[in-house]
Design a protein around this ligand. Structure first.
Ligand code: UDP
Length: 304
């Protein structure tokens, strides 16, 4: 939303704050071009002003969150997407769905191209998120076909950066938090599973370009640099200068063994590719978490 305001758009944020935080938007409070409405997107959406673009990002996205909130996750992906599409239709707006690399499940094709249909376990623990997003893609396509709605679908791969919650549960904040506190880094399984991490500013630029493009087919946005979770833990230990060690814990069920986006479509159509190198992005993220921990300690001491 920072980027939208910078580029001259008016922004209305709808969020029920189940996993989000007002702290992340507090710096926009009072701006004429910005409005915040606390609402669950699965309820009827009423806006008394024109809308040109609907960006549908609502959903828990950390496995820890969606494992705890499976019904809400299914509802936001299905009913929430229905309401958001309905709003776009009513307003004559263009609609963008934030989909995910999770629709590829534990992929049997590597790296993942948009024409791969995926390998998802519908009744496994991740099914609530994966199937909700797959349904959301299908519903988006149905609105395009039946109503002629202008739609865009972005498949977001692992993303990281400032403003994530320390206790988010995803691997980047978990490892950084553990390393900064000198606690062991909890690597699940033997750490040979792979992920590819994209810095938030790169992701946001890619998504903006997609919305402004004419591409209605799904587009992967992510960073193709792939590394194992174990290598990732070692990188965090090195960059934080921590004395933490690695502690191996059981691998959660259905944890995808490998993940790397094929971004040829984004390169070709959006002329986009990530610019921020992993170590640079991680340094910025580590600095942000450090400054937050210091700020929290100071405000904690003041309150005491
Ligand atoms: N992971 C880990 N330790 C943690 C958190 C996650 O080893 O404390 C692993 C997890 O098993 C997965 C990878 O890191 O293989 C990425 O997990 P994350 O929850 O960030 O997202 P996912 O890509 O699985 O959706």
């Amino acid at each position: 939303m920072d980027l939208l305001l910078e580029r001259g758009h008016r922004v209305i944020v709808l969020d029920n704050l189940v996993t989000g935080s007002v702290e992340n938007i507090a710096h926009h409070a009072g701006k004429a071009a910005f409005r915040f409405i606390q609402q669950d997107v699965t309820e009827y959406l009423f806006l008394d002003e024109p809308v040109n673009y609907v960006w549908h990002f609502a959903s828990p996205a950390s496995p820890v969150d969606y494992l705890e909130l499976p019904i809400q996750t299914l509802k936001v992906g299905s009913l929430g997407t229905h309401k958001a599409l309905g709003l776009a239709l009513h307003k004559g707006a263009r609609f963008l769905l934030a989909s995910t690399s999770e629709i590829y499940g534990d992929p049997l094709v590597h790296p993942q191209r948009e024409d791969y249909w995926g390998n998802v376990n519908p009744i496994g623990p991740r099914g609530c998120y994966d199937e909700a997003k797959r349904f959301a893609e299908a519903l988006t396509m149905a609105y395009r076909k039946e109503h002629g709605l202008q739609t865009r679908i972005v498949r977001i791969f692992n993303t990281y950066g400032p403003r994530m919650r320390l206790r988010d549960g995803r691997v980047v904040p978990s490892f950084i938090g553990q390393a900064l506190a000198g606690r062991p880094l909890t690597v699940y399984g033997d750490g040979s599973q792979t992920r590819s991490f994209c810095y938030c500013s790169d992701l946001i630029e890619g998504i903006y370009r997609l919305m402004m493009s004419r591409e209605w087919r799904p587009v992967n946005i992510g960073n193709p640099r792939e590394l194992s979770v174990r290598q990732f833990a070692e990188t965090i230990i090195r960059l934080t200068g921590s004395r933490s060690r690695i502690a191996f814990e059981p691998l959660p069920q259905d944890d995808p063994k490998q993940r790397q986006p094929d971004i040829s479509r984004a390169r070709r159509i959006l002329h986009w590719e990530p610019k921020v190198d992993l170590e640079d992005g991680l340094r910025r993220t580590i600095e942000w978490f450090k400054s937050r921990t210091v700020r929290k300690r100071i405000s904690g001491a003041r309150a005491a």
